[in-house]
Ligand binder design. Sequence first.
Ligand code: GLA
Ligand code: ZN
Length: 572
Amino acid sequence: MYFGGDYNPEQWPEDVWLEDVRLMREAKVNLATVGVFSWARLEPSEGVYDFGWLDRVMDLLHDNDIQVNLATPTASPPPWFGLSHPDAMPVRADGTRLTHGSRDTYCVNAPAYRVASRRIATALAERYGAHPATAMWHVHNEYGTTCHCDHCATAFRAWLRDRHKSLDALNDAWTTAFWSQHYSAWEQIMPPRTTQYRSNPAHLLDYRRFCSDALLAHYREQRDILRVHGRQPVTTNYVMAGWTPLDHWKWSAEVDLVGIDHYTDEPGDGGLAQVAFASDLARSWARGKPWLLMEQGVAAMYVPDGTLPLEPGEHTRRSLEYVARGATGVLHFQWRASQGGAEQWHQGMVPHAGADSRVFREIADLGRTLSALPPAERAEAEVAILWDDEAAWALRNPALPVTGLDFRASVEQTHRVLWQQGLATDFVHPSHDISRYRAVLMPSLYLISDEAVANLTAYVEGGGTLIVSYFSGVADPDTRVRLGGYPGALRDLLGVRVEEFRPLTGPVALSDGTVGTFWSETVQLTGATAAVTYVGGGPAVTRHQVGAGSAWYVSTQLDASGLANVLAQAGV
Ligand code: GLA
Ligand code: ZN
């Protein structure tokens, strides 16, 4: 069981390092993530290295039995880099080129950035690949930065040629017949830069897919360099927020263990539900490999107005919940709260007050508790929720029937109801083998492929219970609406047909005594039966017997008790 956090000794004089390791030992810290933002100190000018300080840090940690999760520092290029390679600074959709002075300022498709990334990764791998403290490699930090520059344009066109093969196919997939967008040469295609009015949703979606692959190529390049010089597991840390263009299923197949950074924004039980959600996602993405909580906040959380202290014991409770859901370690950002810099108010395991503090005492207790935990037995979840990053991105299309359709929010809300019911839950991709689950839930999965529909149909025919919520299966993988009535690809499986959506402005009463909000539909039964009806008339929730299983359709936004009723009726 790993315990520790990001350790940034370059922010402190060396006498503080001695106190750091003494306190780490006291708190039973056994893993420190080092070097995440150290590029400027490691390579003070192009091709000139200064490893002396890191040698001393690595040796000091090793002498104190603390292992190192050694980072490649490519998330934050030094000032000299941007000044000598201005073309490698990222460009916003509106054409503004960004400058150094913060972090994550690079274009992942710029040749100079790739060269510099490989160079520093190689230098680190050569020097520390065999160091006894190096236990793990932490490539980059929180991949997700996007850019719209000319390098990206060139790389995007190559990616599009690979995906669509011909311009005709691309024009068709993107429905460029609309608004005179027909492309007659590949060079006419741009990254989705700021346009006069709405952008093409298929263009936006393909750009997110492309960004995920481009970032992954950068990760793989470093991973392969690190593997030449060391045998340690290689990973990176995912941001558990909705904005990153990362296809987590694809990425998780490329990392040796899944690492997540997770910051909650609710106190009390809400925060615990968020911990459960993030943990279940990480464990599911890992598909049997280990997963690690790479960062969490200590005694503070993000809330709309800033950060708030947690109640005494709350941090411990949350940390144990990550572990109970499979985490092989609990790490934090960061070891010692910074005195200055952009995150000087982010709490540390050692806060500004120092070790004589409630926060550090709780950290030290937590470290001792974790070090004494017996190995856990693994319980298998019997229920799963579908997770598909592409479907999530597609719902970020700015031109949907109503605003507020949000895949991640729907999934999280569904997960929370299952959590409240005490049902252990996994996440699965619609193309995975899901036959071992008693029930699978599909909240607002807008995009779906024909192959996924066939997979889900076979699952239901084989005895599974599938519960589909509104605005699922409506579009194909190129965001084109599936014609003939909603919910498009799922009509036959669900035994329903919908001609019109009826978004709601207020609650509607349902026959089971609960209410629907946000969304409703006029549902025609084409094989299904009504399980719950709108009090004003018409089916709200339907059930369709298919083979040995059943497929349910929920045509409105249920509250927690409404969904709990459906789960009970469906025997989940
Ligand atoms: C992220 C980053 C850290 C730090 C924390 C603070 O997770 O990886 O470097 O910025 O957020 O919230
Ligand atoms: Zn770029």
